[in-house]
Ligand binder design. Structure first.
Ligand code: BTN
Length: 237
């Protein structure tokens, strides 16, 4: 991961560039990193605030030989890699919120957006977009985000080297990815559940089409959340 890096100052979205390189068969592990995104994309058609020089805005191209339905596993793997990298570089205790937000003290510090290029049911490329709020001060966030978002700087009280954090993420990601290709999802699932704050708790799971409330039981081997509602019915989300 990261042996082939495209570094750009300002882009619309690193996802868009990654899709372009992926269609041109860029090697696996290619990463696009931007200093700023003018229209950073979030999950569920939301925007991702990506101001200049303060965060990590990057997209990685992967081409694992796995069934299409296993693609969500890689998002969970990315979340684990980022949590481990943050733990390595700070004294903070990050928590994963299903499916792949990383929170510190209850506020969001990282979002992950996974997109696919597939033909029929064969994966051509998986593009994992990672946004990490690193050195923003509270007032750098738009007002509507100040209560729900945070940065590593706000929580740790120290400026962090983004380059070093990126290197640490590549290292952790590559370790987990090798383990995953070798042994499958189980070891990743165990790590993920260890970092997930919501397992065993009542949560609201929101998808594009519906919201379900219930107790988060865990994730299945495919990386699907199991939620038990009040009637005891188990939903796979
Ligand atoms: C979320 O909604 O939580 C996911 C946010 C993902 C943001 C990252 S920043 C780098 C990459 N490029 C984008 O436009 N989005 C992702």
């Amino acid at each position: 991961i990261g042996r082939n890096i495209h570094y750009v100052e300002s882009v619309e979205s690193t996802q868009k560039i990654a899709h372009h390189y992926a269609s041109e068969n860029a090697p696996e592990g290619t990463v696009i990193i931007a200093e700023e995104q003018m229209s950073g994309r979030g999950r569920m058609a939301r925007k991702w605030h990506s101001p200049k020089y303060t965060g990590i805005w990057m997209s990685m191209i992967l081409r694992p030989n796995i069934p299409l339905s296993n693609a969500p596993q890689l998002t969970l793997l990315a979340a684990v890699a980022i949590v481990q990298a943050i733990e390595e570089m700070t004294d903070l205790i990050p928590e994963i919120k299903w499916p792949n937000d990383i929170l510190i003290n209850g506020k969001k510090v990282t979002g992950i957006l996974t997109e696919l290029q597939a033909e029929a049911d064969r994966i051509h490329s998986i593009i994992i977009g990672i946004g990490i709020n690193v050195n923003q001060k509270k007032e750098d966030f738009p007002l509507e985000l100040q209560e729900i978002a945070t940065s590593l700087f706000i929580e740790e009280g120290e400026t962090l080297s983004r380059a070093e954090l990126i290197r640490t993420i590549f290292k952790e990601f590559e370790k987990l990815y090798t383990l995953y290709l070798d042994q499958g999802f189980l070891p990743i699932k165990i790590l993920w559940e260890g970092y997930a704050g919501s397992i065993g708790k009542f949560i609201k799971a929101r998808t594009l089409n519906y919201t379900i409330e219930g107790k988060a039981l865990g994730i299945t081997n495919d990386g699907v959340l199991q939620l038990e509602d009040r009637t005891g019915t188990i939903h796979h989300i």
